[in-house]
Design a binder for this molecule. Structure first.
Ligand code: FES
Ligand code: FES
Length: 157
């Protein structure tokens, strides 16, 4: 089937099998390997991308379901050589260790902070409940979300 999707602002056309998962289109067809595969069964969130503003586990969606949609992957967060505030906060707050979960954590966070610019700790923990991290214990990830939220509120003033 022929599909057209916009990824990180760039339009792509592809001829795909109906069974192809979105994560495989992103990683293998388009070469955007920042999106990770952890479980392939909708549990870990490593494959999270933003589809039309909503965080989506791309191992759970067929590429054909993304036809006509606009997708942001972790590669699309940096703008004009500047990291997204959440990326900066992950660095500053040590929100990662091995980094495997990080692209998914970032994409969930970017979509979440847009919807909820002043989240409580409980809100953040709920937001990341679909993203598993085997290294950090989540404390610094929560701090990174909090610090990015504060920075983004400051800029929006
Ligand atoms: S690889 Fe998609 S949720 Fe784990
Ligand atoms: S930093 Fe290793 S899985 Fe999260």
């Amino acid at each position: 089937m022929k599909i057209t999707i916009t990824i990180n602002g760039e339009r792509h056309e592809a001829d795909v099998e109906p069974r192809l998962l979105l994560v495989h289109l992103i990683r293998e067809t388009l070469g955007l390997t920042g999106t990770h595969i952890g479980c392939d069964t909708t549990h870990c969130g490593a494959c999270t991308v933003i589809v039309d503003g909503r965080p989506v586990k791309s191992c759970t969606v067929f590429a054909v379901q993304a036809d006509g949609k606009s997708i942001t992957t972790v590669e699309g967060l940096e703008q004009d050589g500047k990291l997204h505030p959440l990326q900066e906060s992950f660095m500053a707050e040590h929100g990662l260790q091995c980094g495997y979960c990080t692209p998914g954590m970032l994409m969930t966070g970017v979509a979440f902070l847009k919807k909820n610019p002043s989240p409580s700790e409980a809100d953040i923990r709920w937001a990341i409940s679909g993203n598993l991290c085997r290294c950090t214990g989540y404390v610094n990830i929560v701090k990174a979300y909090q610090s990015a939220a504060a920075k983004m509120r400051e800029v929006a003033r």
